[in-house]
Design a protein around this ligand. Structure first.
Ligand code: ZN
Length: 392
């Protein structure tokens, strides 16, 4: 056997035993090598110290020790290496600086959840178009978008024809319909607002995201209008009209919604969306979220939101593991919108979107939306991002 055949044989066995160190891989040259981090990728059931190699904007290898040259090396020792984070409920598109700011938090994909309706959808579309990472928008069924006096308090604003026209115009960037429903947003119109949101969504085969909590109608009646693939955000909203009853049981309509494939999202936010006692009851009932999201705004750093890694840390004290928390912000989120179907994973061939995180151990205080605090012993901190193979 000459040397070339020998190297070929070694390469074949390395491919067969992907976890074996690639001793003879030195000839390979990658664009970027992330070395020595604890790689946690729930999409591959992986939690191990590994190297991640990237070429041409895609994941090229994830192995115990990659002894190859690379144009650039990131020393990730002591850090977590996860698929790029996906935040499915933000208001990133309210300002041009939003996408760049959340990229620093490790967010490589975002959804703007209804900042604008038909009248000004072009504003959010413009931000999505220029975003460095993938950004898409949900159109607010209220044609004037988010209003201080209530998006659809005047039912005429839930204008089906206007929303359909706007989606038809921006079909590639509008990926769903948002219905905000609290008593100071939709009042007694909440049920009809969801019905109209579904009418709009049905024409384009799109999901509806409802914002629950403090509604006039019982939440069970509202979720009955949701189909497979729709999303309930603010799932930890306290009463009135929480998704648990007074004795701590999840409402039957909510259980039925999950059975038929409706997703449940945290939507941290700032006011009225989460309270520790309600969170404790829902977690104890075993109804855990599919996704975390921030409900991010440019002021989030000064609130209990801080960033997506902080929001991901809040349920570690309720029994969620580090890997489960990362799943909620990666692989689970990737399944909700087609634009993210090939994301949320570090499997070979996937677009190379990577979040670097630090998992610090100590004493950390976390805030709900009612000035309530809990203390946790672990917290995720952002420590960098790689977007399409480039350091963010
Ligand atoms: Zn929101």
């Amino acid at each position: 056997m000459n040397r070339r055949q020998f190297v070929y044989t070694m390469a074949s066995s390395a491919a067969m035993f992907a976890s074996a160190p690639r001793v003879f891989g030195a000839a390979v040259k990658y664009d970027l090598l992330i070395k020595g981090g604890r790689v946690i990728d729930p999409s591959m059931r992986l939690d191990a110290v590994c190297d991640v190699a990237i070429s041409d904007g895609r994941i090229a290898a994830v192995e115990t020790s990659i002894m190859a040259e690379a144009v650039e090396i990131i020393d990730a020792r002591g850090k977590l290496v996860a698929p790029g984070l996906i935040d499915i409920h933000t208001h990133c598109a309210r300002s041009g600086e939003g996408p760049g700011l959340v990229l620093q938090d490790g967010v490589t994909g975002w959804i703007d959840a209804g900042s604008q309706g038909a009248d000004h959808i072009a504003d959010t579309i413009a931000v999505a178009k220029t975003s460095p990472q993938q950004g898409r928008v949900l159109i607010n069924i209220g044609r004037a978008g988010i209003l201080a006096d209530g998006d659809t308090m005047d039912l005429a604003r839930a204008d089906v024809a206007a929303a359909k026209d706007a989606i038809a115009k921006y079909r590639d960037l509008v990926v769903g319909v948002k219905a905000r429903l609290s008593r100071d947003v939709a009042g007694t119109n909440d049920y009809e607002v969801v019905r109209r949101a579904q009418e709009v969504a049905a024409s384009f085969n799109l999901p509806v995201m409802i914002h629950m909590g403090q509604t006039m109608s019982p939440v069970g009646k509202l979720v009955d209008l949701l189909k497979r693939g729709d999303i309930v955000t603010h799932m930890f909203a306290p009463p009135p009209n929480a998704m648990v009853d007074d004795s701590g049981h999840i409402l039957p309509e909510v259980l039925a919604a999950r059975r038929r494939g409706v997703w449940f999202d945290v939507g941290n936010g700032q006011t009225g969306h989460m309270r520790w006692d309600t969170i404790g009851t829902i977690m104890k009932a075993g109804f855990w979220p599919d996704t975390f999201s921030t409900d991010w705004n440019t002021n989030s750093k000064t609130t209990g939101v801080v960033d997506l890694p902080n929001c991901m840390s809040k349920l570690l004290g309720y029994g969620m593991t580090v890997s489960e928390a990362i799943a909620c912000a990666t692989v689970n989120a990737s399944r909700m919108f087609p634009v993210f179907y090939d994301r949320g994973t570090l499997n070979v061939g996937a677009p190379a979107d990577v979040a670097l995180l630090e998992l610090r151990v100590g004493t950390f205080e976390f805030l709900d939306n009612y000035k309530g605090t809990i203390t946790g012993s672990q917290r995720f901190f952002p420590a960098g991002a790689v977007l399409a193979g480039k350091k963010g």
